[in-house]
Design a binder for this molecule. Structure first.
Ligand SMILES: Cc1cc2nc3c(=O)[nH]c(=O)nc-3n(C[C@H](O)[C@H](O)[C@H](O)COP(=O)(O)O)c2cc1C
Length: 186
């Protein structure tokens, strides 16, 4: 696939088939993620992979519960209140695979580095006919100390990019994108 085609046609996918993404394919995605640039080549990322559908459903329910509990502190989330209260809404859209990119502590730009790894991963997935969607709704929950302990994430690591992966049930339509807003060009 041409780079331009991959960049322009990748979409966030929110509906998946039940086909499992095999280990070799997940490894291809991780291999592409680690090719990303990083500040001082620090490569400050680490990965957790969850392919247990029951655990993902449990984490979706617990994430929604947690998000409802912090609505007062994060007013931008208020518009999703009904979704978080809906027992049918799975924040992972019933995908069977979740890759979480964690930033290692003590690096200068580790969050930015992880975002670059995430984009590599999502474009590579698209090239392999896989769908992805970054699930920001899961981030705060995944950073709770008790959840990191459950996943045996080392102290100080921070979940940056929770990304679901699977085979798309439908290919989403194009999303309108704005033209670049130029602030200065001399
Ligand atoms: C940091 C970040 C957080 C996101 N969180 C969510 C999320 O929690 N749930 C969701 O359905 N989509 C989420 N998305 C996907 C965006 O909604 C999506 O990228 C945007 O609507 C543009 O669509 P496109 O990815 O198809 O170009 C997130 C994307 C980013 C970059």
């Amino acid at each position: 696939m041409e780079l331009k085609e991959a960049i322009n046609n990748r979409r966030s996918v929110r509906s998946y088939t039940n086909t499992t993404v095999d280990k070799a394919t997940i490894e291809k995605l991780l291999d592409s993620a680690v090719q990303a640039p990083s500040a001082m080549n620090s490569q400050p990322w680490a990965y957790a992979i969850i392919q247990d559908g029951a655990l993902l459903k449990e984490y979706s329910d617990r994430s929604k519960h947690y998000l409802l509990s912090i609505l007062d502190q994060v007013p931008q989330l208020n518009k999703y209140k009904a979704a978080f209260e809906n027992p049918e809404f799975n924040i992972f859209y019933n995908a069977q695979s979740l890759i979480i990119i964690f930033a290692k502590p003590s690096e200068l730009h580790s969050s930015e580095d992880c975002c670059l790894a995430a984009q590599n991963l999502m474009l590579t997935a698209h090239n392999l006919a896989l769908g992805t969607c970054w699930i920001g709704f899961a981030r705060a929950f995944l950073n709770l100390p008790e959840v990191k302990a459950e996943l045996r994430i080392p102290t100080g690591y921070e979940a940056i990019a929770p990304i679901i992966v699977g085979y798309p049930q439908v290919n989403p339509p194009a999303v309108p994108k704005k033209s670049p807003e130029i602030l200065f060009w001399k």
